[in-house]
Design a protein around this ligand. Structure first.
Ligand SMILES: [Ca+2]
Ligand SMILES: [Ca+2]
Ligand SMILES: [Ca+2]
Ligand SMILES: [Ca+2]
Length: 218
């Protein structure tokens, strides 16, 4: 190749690159943190024990209009750089998935890390959802969604999440009603791990034990 044709080839390659980028649809993360319970007081993961680490849970939702591969997503708390869990599975549009502290502990063990679970601080926490992004310089984890939990949200069996009707961040406090003045306020609805955040009130049913009642709302 002579000196004259080399810049021409470069120009052509650049043109091809720009036009191919132009044709690629804009990609943005559609998965979000939908609901969180950070101070468990019951056996949420169903392993027969109540544990402050393994029964914490984080629910994610696919808010987009195409199937999302969850293995591209990771969660971590606000205190460090390292993710606590690489998610797994796939989500159809509108679907939710829940991951328990026990899932995080298994993953951490597989990675040779300390089994800290999600480490959701009961006095308040920032949780981040990250996504694997690749470009010419390599692969990085980019924060795509963040939620902030205040002290009163992280109390025995209270969860916080997005209200599908109002779009507001709200507290699902039917199991531990909140009467204080801080936002978010409670809505007297039950936490809904793995389900859409549709309000189910706690209705006492005569003749059922407390455990039977709770299991109705899993
Ligand atoms: Ca448990
Ligand atoms: Ca906690
Ligand atoms: Ca608290
Ligand atoms: Ca939910």
């Amino acid at each position: 190749m002579d000196y004259l044709s080399r810049p021409l080839v470069l120009l052509l390659l650049c043109g091809l690159l720009v036009s191919s980028l132009w044709l690629v649809p804009h990609v943005r993360a559609e998965v979000l943190i939908n609901e969180v319970l950070g101070d468990p007081d019951q056996d949420w993961d169903g392993d027969g024990e109540v544990n402050y680490k393994s029964d914490e849970w984080i629910e994610v939702k696919n808010d987009g209009d195409s199937v999302e591969d969850l293995s591209e997503y990771w969660v971590r708390d606000g205190s460090g750089e390292d993710p606590h869990l690489q998610l797994s599975g796939a989500l159809e549009p509108g679907e939710t998935a829940v991951f328990y502290g026990s899932d995080a502990m298994i993953w951490q063990q597989e990675q040779g890390q300390s089994t800290l679970g999600f480490s959701i601080n009961n006095s308040g926490e920032t949780l981040e959802l990250l996504r694997t992004e690749s470009d010419f310089s390599g692969t990085a984890l980019i924060v795509v969604h963040q939620v902030i939990l205040l002290d009163h949200e992280v109390e025995n069996d209270r969860s916080s999440g997005w209200d599908p009707d109002t779009g507001q961040w709200i507290m699902f406090d039917a199991l531990n009603p909140y009467n204080g003045a801080f936002e978010p306020q409670g809505n007297n609805c039950l936490p809904s791990p793995g389900e859409l955040n549709i309000c189910t009130p706690l209705v006492p049913v005569f003749g059922l034990t407390w455990d039977q009642l709770k299991s109705r709302y899993r």
